[in-house]
Design a protein around this ligand. Structure first.
Ligand code: NAD
Length: 490
């Protein structure tokens, strides 16, 4: 998600990456054997070397020791770590993008690479600013101080990017961190942790500033939640893990699920709106939690908007084709009794648009980035967070209906929403009704994270618990230091 660079620059980066891949061949899919570690682990050794551990307790204890050492190096030491993470992500973006793509088998290679190339733009130690007060009664400073060790849970949709982004923010704030990655994105996460630790150790002599559980499970998650060595949790994922973290009894910063709606009204610049929506929704095959997932279009401009979508490269599928795709894309949880809950078919999450078209029995030319279909507001593709490049388009009679249905489809997650409109009243109506953490007007969703819009980026948007787009500040406690009157200087 998440590059603090201009949209055209992002497109050039992606094109450049593709060119390099074609001329140099794909990067190795598994890490080279590491001679330092003395075993044949192929880069995934779990003996505690370079941050990789078998148990959550061991990983947390090691991170706790590392945090004590990091404290002694002050802000300069944290800054060195942050710079190492950023430089390593930039340097390894092609290799690690390929590694993550091969392991997770979801999304688009060029976008996995681009996400890693955006890590250097994240805020670092400079983000932390103390607040000072001075007056007749003395001097008071409010400072940001670390929590200690953070237990972080990362999603399969952006495994190495979320891990790297979390390390930057958490270590800039003075913490160390233990990761329980998604099991389907854990091998590449282990490779990244090993590389980071090697470089950090050689630069500042400290190992285990970021540690990871080699084989993450629900048990290791529970162990992470219960060990006293972890002071704070940071969860990035769907409703299940957010719920589990909130019940753990530990303080948790939760970057939870979204289902971002888009409204297109009669004043919108329709050709631009179509291009922006495709750009955001097709990014990494719609794996972004901020990605456009359903579009409500006012009747007056509905037909024209559909034709702009086609002009911009989206491929429409008809009702029968959508039915065929929907039957494969969603199953039920098997509870029966007529009230089974739909379950997303994980095999289609982040799949290419051409694969979805094939399943639908439609034809989409090679290189098609996104499909669209006309649906009603209750369709599964509208109400479920589908994470596929298939946009449902809903015709609505007026702005009130558009906003009401958009709000229902967002489920009160307060995550992200978009409007394409030149009517500020409509913008205000939607802003107040949805109250989402990110609200983008006249741009692609990624403009909300600094790509094509102003602002910084993050891979953990703390929607559920309200901290918003996480920065180093998010992972600090605020402390007040007070010097009372008798020592004042005047
Ligand atoms: P997921 O919920 O399946 O998994 C996320 C993490 O939680 C994984 O590490 C997984 O192993 C763990 N997990 C899942 N259920 C758990 C449980 N009951 N107990 C303990 N751990 C559990 O999500 P995903 O498919 O990896 O990622 C996509 C989801 O994450 C989407 O809902 C998306 O919106 C959300 N997401 C949110 C943000 C954000 O910043 N708000 C960013 C990225 C992804």
């Amino acid at each position: 998600m998440s590059l603090q660079i201009d949209e055209s620059v992002l497109k050039n980066v992606v094109a450049d990456v593709l060119r390099k891949l074609q001329t140099q061949g794909a990067a190795p899919t598994i890490a080279k054997k590491d001679d330092d570690c003395g075993c044949s682990c192929n880069g995934a050794c779990a003996n505690g070397d370079y941050g990789v551990f078998k148990t959550a307790s061991d990983a947390a204890a090691a991170a706790k020791e590392a945090q004590k050492k990091l404290r002694k190096l002050g802000i300069e030491g944290r800054d060195k770590v942050v710079k190492i993470i950023k430089a390593t992500c930039a340097e390894k973006s092609v290799e690690w993008g390929q590694l993550e793509f091969d392991e997770t088998k979801i999304g688009r290679l060029e976008h996995k690479i681009a996400k890693l190339q955006g890590i250097p733009n994240l805020p670092g130690v400079e983000w932390l600013s103390p607040r000072g007060m001075s007056g007749d009664h003395g001097i008071t400073m409010e400072e940001n101080t670390p929590f200690g060790v953070v237990g972080a849970i990362t999603p399969v949709t952006h495994s190495i990017p979320t891990l790297s982004c979390n390390i930057v923010s958490m270590v800039a704030a003075g913490n160390t961190v233990v990761f329980n990655a998604h099991p389907k994105g854990a091998r590449c996460a282990v490779v990244a942790i090993r590389e980071f630790n090697k470089r950090i150790k050689s630069a500042i002599g400290i190992e285990n500033i970021a540690t990871i559980i080699e084989t993450p499970t629900l048990d290791s998650f529970n162990e992470l939640c219960s060990t006293p060595d972890v002071n704070l949790l940071c969860v990035t994922g769907g409703p299940g893990v957010v719920d589990a973290a909130m019940k753990s009894g530990k303080r948790a910063i939760c970057a939870g699920p979204g289902n971002p709606p888009v409204v297109v009204d009669e004043t919108a610049m329709l050709a631009k709106a179509a291009r922006d929506i495709i750009f955001g929704a097709a990014f990494d095959n719609n794996l972004l939690c901020i990605g456009e997932k359903q579009v409500f279009v006012l009747d007056k401009v509905y037909s024209q908007f559909l034709s702009e979508l086609k002009t911009a490269g989206a491929v429409g599928i008809n009702g029968n084709q959508l039915d065929r795709l929907t039957k494969i894309a969603f199953t039920t949880d098997g509870n029966g009794g007529g009230c089974s809950h739909p379950v997303l078919n994980r095999d289609l999450v982040g799949a290419d648009a051409t694969k979805l078209a094939e399943i639908a029995g439609a034809s989409a030319p090679t290189g098609t980035e996104i499909l669209f279909a006309e649906t009603d507001a209750n369709h599964l593709f509208v109400i479920e967070e589908q994470m596929m490049p298939m946009l449902p388009i809903i015709r609505v009679k007026n702005i009130e209906e558009a906003i009401e249905l958009a709000k229902i489809s967002e489920h009160g997650y307060k995550h992200s929403s978009m409007i394409h409109s030149l009517n500020v009243v409509n913008m205000g109506l939607m802003a107040r009704a949805l109250d989402s953490t990110l609200f983008v007007k006249n741009g692609a969703c990624v403009a909300g994270l600094g790509t094509g819009g102003e602002g910084y980026s993050s891979f953990s948007i703390a929607t559920t618990t309200g901290e918003g787009i996480t920065t180093p500040d998010t992972f600090t406690r605020r402390r007040r230091c007070v010097l009372v009157d008798s020592l004042q200087m005047y």
